[in-house]
Design a protein. Structure first.
Ligand SMILES: Cc1ncc(COP(=O)(O)O)c(C=O)c1O
Length: 441
């Protein structure tokens, strides 16, 4: 046991984890998720909001597989539902009771005007489908998205990505336009909300006027930006973007892959702004970790051809019986265990705790969040974001105390499973406090 914490039994990575990684490394292609690479963890199993590695070290999880493990790990009802379905049948596109129930359950929680759901297996695939459908419905081709936005890594979604992830990967799909998001802590116009009068939306309008052929099929937006650092825009921003889409006769696609199903303390992220999107892309919590995503659309939009012709909107794995069972179990658990309400209450506690930490640790700044979708920035004395090397020190200091974080980048995202409770939030805050003190020393 180290001096740090009873969570951690060995040096990190422990001997069994190290040996297993050594077997994997020569065969696994590079480029897998940063957190897996940096942590060196080899997972033995998970329990609730904890991951247990091969050496018996237990990590409290502030990451949740980047919002995928909304129900945490090893949830008995979820495991039973998937095991049961596996024993019956697991693949194919025929109607199954599991899929019928899944569709009914999504319908129960979805905005009333969004009636039709098509299922896929990954987020990018759902966003690609949304773009195809927007083109079919409007007869137009161009798409506007936002700086900092992340919608996947396929060719179409890459062109809508507002970060340097796409560098070196051109040419990008034509007809794709990007404009600043209301990331007010780092406003590119150096203005301040609300005095700015949402200059970013005025800029987007001008951009469309001057740069496009005025054939905008869709505006694609994360209601709150995940990959950019769990960024929360003012609610008027999404309202103004929705109004702009209307002006242009374009569809508003809200990418709810991360924000959906309770993460932000409401069922969907866009509900915080009270807008009515034409389409939602869904995933992550939707299947509680099973790879299922979805595109939820207006009745009239879903009819557009050729998207709606037989086999035009489908995919190999989309809506298979296991996916149906996963959605059914995930949404039942979210409802029965009141996880949306829990995200709102525990998230508020965690956010207030982080704000208190910021009073003692000047490096911790810009605490923001809704529900269990929380972010903060790591800043140096001059107000610049920490280098990745400095972030890694904090990440490692947390890990050594048994806390798994996304502090390996300076815009830190905090998004534990939706089951996270107040005691776990307090433990995470204590560890972060100690780790920040370590790093400062
Ligand atoms: C908002 C959003 N959209 C789309 C995606 C892409 O999903 P996938 O990695 O399953 O393709 C992600 C992935 O993190 C995401 O956060």
């Amino acid at each position: 046991m180290t001096a740090h914490s009873p969570r951690i039994q060995t040096s990190l990575p422990g001997p069994k984890c190290k040996a297993m990684r050594e077997r994997e490394t020569p065969h696994l292609a590079p480029g897998f998720q940063a957190i897996a690479a940096h942590s060196g963890i080899v997972v033995d199993h998970g329990e609730g909001c904890e991951i247990v590695d091969l050496d018996g070290n237990r990590f409290l999880d502030l990451v949740a597989g980047i919002c995928v493990a909304a129900l945490g790990y090893g949830h008995k009802r979820y495991v039973a539902a998937l095991s049961d379905q596996m024993a019956r049948t697991h693949c194919g596109s025929f109607t199954t009771e599991a899929r019928v129930k899944a569709l009914e359950q999504v319908h129960e929680v979805a905005p009333r005007h969004l009636t039709r759901l098509q299922l896929y297996s990954g987020g990018s695939e759902a966003v690609e489908s949304a773009i195809r459908l927007a083109r079919c419905h409007t007869g137009k081709t161009e798409v506007l998205s936002f700086w900092g936005g992340f919608h996947g890594k396929t060719s179409g979604t890459l062109a809508q990505m507002g970060s340097d992830f796409k560098h070196g990967l051109g040419p990008l799909a034509p007809g794709s336009y990007l404009t600043p998001y209301a990331d007010c802590d780092f406003c590119p116009f150096r203005t301040t909300y609300p005095a700015c009068g949402l200059l970013c939306v005025d800029f987007a309008r001008e951009k469309i006027k001057r740069e496009t052929t005025h054939r905008v099929a869709a505006i694609l937006i994360e209601p709150m930006q995940g990959t950019a650092g769990n960024v929360i825009p003012p609610r008027e921003f999404l309202q103004a973007v929705a109004a702009l889409a209307k002006e242009l006769g374009a569809l508003l696609i809200c990418d709810e892959m991360i924000c959906g199903f309770g993460r932000t303390g409401k069922m969907f992220g866009h509900l915080h702004a009270g807008v009515e999107p034409d389409m939602l892309t869904l995933g992550k919590a939707l299947g509680g970790g099973f790879p299922v995503s979805g595109l939820l659309v207006r009745e009239d939009v879903a009819k557009a051809e050729p998207w709606s012709k037989p086999s035009f909107s489908s995919s190999s794995y989309g809506g298979n019986p296991l996916a149906g069972a996963a959605i059914g179990a995930s949404l039942s658990i979210i409802r029965d265990e009141r996880l949306v309400e829990n995200a709102a209450a525990t998230g508020e506690h965690l956010k207030l705790g982080l704000a208190r930490l910021a009073e003692h640790h000047p490096a911790l700044a810009h605490v923001r969040g809704e529900g269990l979708f929380i972010g903060f920035d790591l800043l140096d004395e001059r107000g610049a974001l920490w280098s990745h090397a400095r972030c890694r020190e904090l990440f490692t200091a947390c890990l050594k105390r048994g806390l798994l974080t996304m502090a390996y980048a300076p815009r830190v995202r905090v998004n534990p499973p939706l089951l996270f409770n107040v005691a776990q939030a307090d433990e995470a805050l204590n560890i972060l406090d100690a780790a920040l003190t370590d790093v400062r020393a």
